[in-house]
Design a protein around this ligand. Sequence first.
Ligand code: ATP
Ligand code: NCN
Length: 198
Amino acid sequence: MKLPHAEPGNRIGLFGGSFNPPHSGHRLVAETALKRLGLDQVWWLVTPGNPLKDPSALAPLEMRIHRTSALADHPRMKVTAHECLLGTPYTARTIEMLQNRHPALRFVWVMGADNLASFHRWQDWRSIVARVPVAIVNRPGSGFATLSSPMAQAFHADRLAEEDAGLLPICKPPAWVFLHAPLDPTSSTRLRQQDTPG
Ligand SMILES: Nc1ncnc2c1ncn2[C@@H]1O[C@H](COP(=O)(O)OP(=O)(O)OP(=O)(O)O)[C@@H](O)[C@H]1O
Ligand SMILES: O=C(O)c1ccc[n+]([C@@H]2O[C@H](COP(=O)([O-])O)[C@@H](O)[C@H]2O)c1
């Protein structure tokens, strides 16, 4: 593990999501990353549309940003429309552009464990792991199986022990960690179903 010098104040977690709608599980992931990785900030990236999801049930971006801002009301969390402004729904492109714009910042990609299972279907997924450290937070129903996923297997040697999570933001990629936090069963799908009359 190569550990370059870390500037204080420059460790940023990037937490992308549909947030359709946002819920307590999202807040738990953001708080877990903030604390356990020793981040200075978490930027929530409200996607214009997950490229792998059916867009028909997606609420307008403005509404999702508004609701997410209420949930993420915290001095070290920022809710952004960066991907819409940058003109891409692809995480690899977003990270590349943010790194070009903010060369002094150290970004970490943050996601829930269900996304680890399908990560190898994302555009240029290996380049994401090559560019930024990745933190994965557990989720009910996404346990040990995700650790046999193509991403976990391909980068098996680059996984940090959970007790070293605080070092992740200053690790040279590839590097990733799997964080165990209290499990929250909430999902946007279930909340949308509860909202649907009949
Ligand atoms: N309950 C949860 N526990 C841990 N991680 C979660 C939880 N809910 C969502 N996440 C993570 O938060 C990010 C954004 O998730 P997303 O907005 O897709 O919510 P979702 O509940 O999975 O939505 P949907 O049910 O519509 O697929 C993803 O990285 C996802 O893995
Ligand atoms: O880049 C991709 O190909 C890609 C494919 C699937 C999901 N993502 C991103 O993963 C994040 C989580 O998406 P979601 O819908 O599970 O909340 C969000 O930022 C998406 O844009 C990105």
